[in-house]
Design a protein around this ligand. Structure first.
Ligand code: KIV
Ligand code: ZN
Length: 520
């Protein structure tokens, strides 16, 4: 039995497929660089054949990120596998992950293929993929709803054709831990040569059991777990990497001392980076990385923790890099201090970009006495992680009048796909008036689903962070804006959300073409 559990991170593929989590290529490279620092064994960088954007992201990560194996997903089709192989060209170590559905319902209604055809396709896809690399992962999509005897046959054929990792996805999050453990035992007992490959699982969280199922599988001999940061992923998400890894570490007594290569002190930083990039934050009570994960409010708990930490804490916050004090920079802090802090926060930039960030930082430090981590993260997000070089919508200028005896009125000048437009509107408050003026100028009315604003740090000179969730042309997107002026922060968040919806729609349309041709 291997002593190591391999961590296969699919944040950039399955995670990114979820509504509201799409990332630009630049953002994916940042995330992949941090995942490498975190120590994941495999980064599934995308599904190269899905769109030009996916192809670019996989190729850039393959050529720029060192350490983990870089992987691309591919349907069991020669053209997908060929594109995946090309995208992975620059990788130090590469893996092609090919898959096909094996459940009756998927084969009949989605693939419209007979079981024999699926077997044939499995053989062809795996052996074709061997032309590009020796590291081939094969997944039986919807494995947990597949007939067991058929599942064994497909796995056996994939191994014969040269697969080195066999993945058992619980695609629709249907499995119950005990039953999933029995399935893993059955695969070990019935598939010839299963000991020659690494058995892997990929669990979805539709019943809130993704982590429990993954850990049960490990207990039954599985040695690769597929997971995502913060548990993001299709529908209810995937197994959360941080929960799987910390459960194995904290309960190593239960798991027979199995280890992972994860540097757990990097967990919090990685989780925050993903939140910043996607604009989607975890709930405060989220295990391991939520704001309250190590907070003790009740007096009895506080007393216990102060006398002996382990009375109410089963792990140390430092073990996951949870910040216990907030480091503050100010206008006298130099480049070196800023650079060090950026690295500690998980950002990797070249000298030229650091210089630009430093200039922005100085401007902000002039406005604010103390610059907190939240300010630095917000500044980077605002300035350097724009969703595209050419954002479709930009606010050129806005002006608002508001007071206790005035009807709030805003005038805006925007540019939309290069065309300038101006409009004036009144509203129920200055933010409402400005948003209405933008909508009037564009002639659109996205459905606003959520809007919130909060001060990032203490004091009245704080930067305000606004968040907006809206639906535009059938696409849900979230946006964030940060500024010391709350109206500007709100407008920026609104504009960011519209731009993300437009970019996301473009990706979805490209991906839909791929889906219509086959599976996924
Ligand atoms: O959930 C799933 O089945 C997948 C496969 C492509 C591994 O994401
Ligand atoms: Zn999945």
């Amino acid at each position: 039995m291997r002593e190591r559990v391999y961590i296969f991170d699919t944040t950039l593929r399955d995670g990114e497929q979820a509504p509201g989590f799409s990332m630009t290529t630049e953002e994916k490279v940042q995330m992949a660089t941090q995942l490498a620092k975190l120590g994941v064994d495999v980064i599934e960088a995308g599904f190269a054949a899905a769109s030009q954007g996916d192809f670019e992201a996989v190729s850039r990560i393959a050529s720029e990120v060192r350490g983990p194996t870089i992987c691309s997903l591919a349907r069991a089709l020669e053209k997908d596998i060929e594109i995946a192989g090309k995208a992975l060209n620059g990788a130090e170590r590469k893996r092609i992950h090919t898959f096909i559905a094996t459940s009756d319902i998927h084969m009949e209604y989605k693939l419209r293929m007979t079981p024999e055809q699926v077997l044939e396709r499995t053989r062809e896809a795996v052996s074709f993929a061997r032309n590009f690399t020796d590291d081939i992962e094969f997944s039986c999509e919807d494995a947990t709803r597949s007939r067991k005897e058929f599942l064994y046959r497909v796995i056996e054929e994939a191994i014969k054709a040269g697969a080195t990792v066999i993945n058992i996805p619980d695609t629709v999050g249907y499995a119950i831990p005990e039953e999933f453990g029995d399935l893993i035992d059955a695969i070990f007992n019935n598939v010839p040569n299963i000991d020659k490959v690494i058995l892997s699982v990929h669990c979805h969280d539709d019943l809130g059991l993704a982590v429990a199922n993954s850990l049960t599988a490990v207990k039954h001999g599985v040695r690769q777990v597929e997971c995502t940061i913060n548990g993001i992923g299709e529908r209810a998400g995937n197994a959360a990497l941080e929960e799987v890894v910390m459960a194995l570490k904290v309960r190593k007594d239960h798991f027979g001392g199995l280890t992972t290569g994860i540097k757990t002190q990097e967990i919090y930083k990685t989780s925050r980076l993903l939140c910043r990039i996607t604009g989607s934050f975890v709930q405060p009570n989220k295990a391991i990385v939520g704001d309250n994960a190590f907070a003790h409010e009740a007096g009895i708990h506080q007393h216990g923790v102060l006398s002996h930490r382990m009375t109410y804490e089963i792990m140390n916050p430092e073990d996951v890099g949870f910040p216990m004090s907030r480091i503050v920079l100010g206008k006298h802090s130099g480049r070196h201090a800023l650079k060090k802090r950026l690295e500690e926060l998980g950002f990797q930039f070249n000298e030229e970009i650091i210089e630009r960030i430093f200039e922005r930082f100085k401007d902000l430090a002039d406005k604010k006495k103390e610059v907190y981590d939240e300010d630095i993260e917000a500044l980077i997000y605002q300035e350097f992680m724009k969703i595209e070089d050419h954002e479709p919508l930009k606010v050129i200028h806005f002006q608002v009048q508001s007071g206790d005896n005035l009807m709030p009125t805003a005038t805006v000048k925007v540019s939309f796909n290069g065309e300038e437009k101006t409009a004036t509107a009144t509203g129920n408050g200055p933010v409402d008036a400005t948003v209405k003026a933008i909508q009037k100028a564009l002639g659109i009315e996205p459905a606003l689903q959520d809007y919130s604003i909060k001060a990032l740090t203490p004091n009245t000179d704080a930067q305000a962070e606004a968040r907006v969730v809206l639906e535009y042309e059938g696409v849900r997107a979230s946006g964030r804006g940060v500024d010391t002026d709350i109206i500007k922060a709100s407008v920026n968040a609104f504009v960011d959300a519209i731009n993300r919806a437009i970019v996301r729609k473009k990706y979805i349309l490209q991906r839909r073409e791929v889906r219509e041709e086959g599976t996924v």
